[in-house]
Write a protein that binds this ligand. Structure first.
Ligand code: FEO
Ligand code: CA
Ligand code: CA
Length: 828
């Protein structure tokens, strides 16, 4: 018998190799003599009979004449596996036995799961070099005499363990063979008792008690049996906390958005507003393995642009945060355009306010009123964040005439300063836009907790906020991208030093106060030689003073509210749209997706943003600049979160595999792994193999350049390290312009980067998290069919996931959970 079962050997798990032809062990030979499957072993069996037949009894112990004879056992042949694989040990017993089973003799301890008296399984542990594990199979005779046999399984470092999904434009989530994708939580799904099932015809209401739209960044928090406390080890019960970034309004109403005389109906606007924000929803895995969300979950909650919040950190109470709603500048209403996220080790969730600026109306004359009020610099600030005069604001919410004439829920979206009202902004909503653009901390384990806007982390188009590795006694670092063309990469370093006990502190938001309210915000400057510097955004230093010609900074609050202007002063490196960050839990290296940049030109490339070209998209015209994006990474000097310098290279360049290998497809992507516009980025958890010795990194795309070939996707990677590649000089050609640019290209990923999933039509794949055991992965499908409308439905997903519906069904953003059919770790 083999150590690996007949079915798993070379078939189920795919990559197990067993040495069946050379140098059989004594135990193998004994076993083969008695195996019920002797034909598998042919000549080996015959040899065993000849050589060992007479020796076997003495090898296995003696029997007294009045006792039942000892049993003979086999532990099978030695085998190999790679980290994260599910390994099946199959023994065999010959003779009348009382019991049998497997134990581990040596090597990295693993948890053996007993499947039957002869079969046990384990997950191959994480290793960096070939590591033998010895297991013992014991059969006990009815006279209670044990007989044993050992087998060795050698574990090799992790490799991706699935067959790449082919690029496609199907209206379905496609996953590799051996995996199952299940739709879990869709736009409109009710999350409170008494809320009707979603009709999906544009007439539904009560979105403050339903899933919002445009699912985005997401965390799974394990939930204890009490149903109220965190349990970071729970793989079967948890809270999914996710962002709802935006809306596809064409499907939300019976026949799209309406207005009468330029005035939006209140009911439509309320629905649209409540479809934004964050969901907290309990999910459970049944004994049979199926996941479902719990409509009646005690911690279920929607946080929306209407939810009261408070400000904390240096800008709390600043004049620029004062509004008619919060005359002392310490509170605000809601969060909006929540993109990616952050998962704090003290069990809170960070949500990032990204494209908030677009929601605000600012009409002509506003600038003059601000000047008259002595606040001319606010015009500089608004311009830097893209809020020019003459903007109507997304969805025109400011036009709503509320039934409650005292309500300011809609008028606050108009930031136009009213002449003749209080110059400090306490009588109108001229400062409302300054209340957005922050990282917001939420305690998902307390449904009545008030979220806190953490001003120390700066104000920008926050994509996400990821904490690096924590080390006791060392200040933790938080990495953040500002997603707009030519914006910057930031790092916040807490004043507080990490204390491991804080991870279990029951006052979770107080832990946020400790680590997120005091510290230094830095912006990155990346040098051509592969070095880099973190530049501190500290008032009074390096030109961040009232004398600055860029903007007259008054104090640290002013620096933080105007983070972009401060970073301009410091000379930070303009990047190709900084999206998600992720930190390799084994090395501490930080990865950053740079999704694309249509304004990158041949003349303004630099080593860290080196490409300017045209992507030959066959439909919709070519995209130029850096249309396919890249993923950059950095290693802090001394591998410490407190470092002020780092080195960097580029892990991978997005590109179609058919593009110029010398100048565009610089990472040598092929049909199994070519991608465009990387956005979502996440490393596996250290609690399972995907986050240990050689962690798995997940890459998700939000693409418009390769969509003539494939829908958006998710890939898995096992990346190397900074500087594992080479310096390379490329030639950029864009229109009539041409020029050369040196850059730092990481080692080609090869088979250690592979497409895991392709989404349905017109979607973005975003948001990824696993259970602690790595055996269930949750992902979000955002805005399927976004180019259609109720009269022209261009995707029927998720209804189409179980077969094309007879009539088109309005598409819904949704969470999908993916499991491996053999119950194993996802991806390995
Ligand atoms: Fe919401 Fe930058 O993606
Ligand atoms: Ca998006
Ligand atoms: Ca994104």
């Amino acid at each position: 018998m083999n150590a690996i079962t007949e079915t798993s050997f070379g078939y189920d798990d795919g990559d197990i190799d067993t040495n069946r032809s050379a140098n059989p062990h004594l135990n193998d030979l004994i076993a083969s003599r008695y195996s019920r499957r002797q034909t598998l072993f042919g000549g080996v069996s015959a040899m065993a009979t000849a050589v060992f037949g007479g020796a076997m009894l003495s090898a296995c112990g003696s029997s007294e004449p009045d006792e039942a004879p000892n049993v003979a056992v086999s532990a099978g042949a030695n085998g190999t596996a790679t980290s994260g694989m599910t390994v099946t040990l199959t023994g065999s017993v010959t003779g009348n036995s009382l019991s049998s089973g497997w134990t581990q003799v040596s090597g990295t301890p693993v948890t053996l799961t007993t499947v039957s008296p002869t079969v046990s399984t384990f997950v191959a542990p994480s290793v960096t070099t070939a590591t033998p594990l010895v297991f013992r199979f014991t059969g006990t005779s009815i006279s209670n005499n044990p007989t044993t046999a050992d087998t060795t399984v050698t574990i090799n470092p992790a490799v991706l363990g699935f067959t790449a999904v082919a690029k496609n434009r199907d209206d379905i989530v496609t996953v590799p063979a051996g995996y199952t994708a299940t739709v879990l939580y869709r736009l409109g799904d009710p999350i409170a008792n008494g809320v009707a099932a979603y009709k999906n015809d544009g007439t539904d209401t009560e979105f403050s008690k339903r899933a919002g739209d445009h699912h985005d960044g997401m965390t799974y928090f394990g939930l204890a049996a009490t149903g109220t406390a965190p349990d970071p080890t729970s793989n079967t019960r948890g809270l999914l906390v996710m962002n709802h970034e935006n809306i596809t309004s064409s499907y939300l109403h019976a026949a799209g958005q309406t207005s009468v005389g330029g005035v939006r109906p209140e009911a439509e606007a309320l629905k649209e507003i409540e479809c934004h924000g964050v969901s907290v929803v309990e999910v459970n895995r049944a004994a049979g393995g199926a996941w479902s969300y719990l409509q009646s979950g005690a911690l279920n909650r929607r946080i929306t642009p209407l939810t009261p919040m408070t400000f904390s950190g240096p800008a709390k109470g600043d004049t620029q945060l004062k509004t008619l709603y919060s005359t002392d500048g310490t509170a605000g209403r809601g969060t909006i355009n929540n993109c990616a996220n952050g998962t704090m080790p003290w069990n809170t969730y960070l949500t990032a306010e990204e494209n908030w600026a677009g929601y605000f109306r600012r009409t002509a004359g506003d600038a003059a009123v601000r000047i008259a009020a002595g606040a001319a610099k606010e015009n500089t600030s608004l311009a830097r964040y893209g809020i020019s005069e003459g903007r109507g604001g997304n969805n025109n919410w400011a036009t709503v005439v509320a039934a409650d004439t005292t309500s300011t829920l809609y008028t606050r979206w108009n930031i136009t300063a009213r002449a003749g009202t209080a110059a400090d902004g306490t009588a109108d909503f001229r400062h409302e836009a300054f209340q957005y653009g922050w990282i917001v901390e939420i305690d998902p384990f307390n449904a009545t907790s008030v979220p806190r806007k953490r001003t120390a982390l700066g104000r920008m188009n926050h994509e996400g906020c990821v904490i690096g590795r924590t080390v006791p006694g060392v200040s933790p670092a938080f990495y953040m991208g500002d997603d707009a063309q030519n914006e910057y990469l930031y790092k916040f370093v807490s004043t507080a030093k990490w204390a491991a006990a804080d991870a279990t502190n029951a006052d979770r938001l107080a832990m946020g106060d400790k680590y997120l309210d005091a510290g230094i915000l830095y912006v990155a400057k990346l040098n051509a030689d592969g070095s880099g510097t973190w530049l501190p955004l500290v008032f009074g230093q390096n030109g961040l003073t009232a004398a600055s010609t860029v903007y007259p900074f008054a104090d640290q609050a002013d620096v933080l509210i105007n983070t972009r202007l401060a970073a301009d002063v410091l000379g930070a490196t303009k990047m190709d749209r900084p999206e998600w960050t992720a930190v390799n839990p084994a090395t501490g290296e930080m990865y950053l997706t740079l999704t694309n940049n249509s304004s990158r030109t041949v003349a303004n490339t630099d080593a860290a943003n080196p490409r300017a070209y045209t992507d030959p998209k066959t439909t919709g015209g070519g995209n130029s600049g850096n249309p396919n994006g890249h993923i950059i990474r950095l290693r802090e000097t001394g591998d410490t979160s407190e470092a002020l310098t780092f080195k960097w290279d580029i892990y991978a360049f997005g590109a179609g595999s058919d593009l110029d290998a010398a100048n565009i497809n610089l990472s040598g992507l092929d049909a199994t792994n070519d991608f465009s516009s990387p956005d979502g980025l996440w490393f596996g958890l250290p609690s399972n193999t995907t986050g240990q010795a050689t962690p798995v990194m997940w890459i998700q795309t939000d693409d418009g350049a390769y969509t003539d070939v494939t829908n958006c996707m998710m890939l898995a990677a096992i990346p190397g390290v900074v500087d594992d590649g080479a310096v390379k000089t490329i030639t950029n050609t864009l229109g009539a312009a041409t020029g050369t640019q040196a850059t730092r290209v990481g080692k080609a990923p090869g088979t250690a980067l592979r497409r895991f999933l392709v989404g349905p039509k017109e979607c973005e794949i975003t948001g990824v998290f696993t259970t602690p055991d790595g055996k269930s992965v949750f992902i979000n499908v955002q805005h399927p069919g976004e180019n259609g409308n109720a009269a022209n439905i261009t995707s029927s997903w998720p209804a189409s996931q179980s077969g094309t519906p007879a009539t088109p069904s309005r598409p819904r953003s949704a969470t999908v959970v993916i499991t491996k059919n053999d119950g194993g770790v996802i991806g390995l």
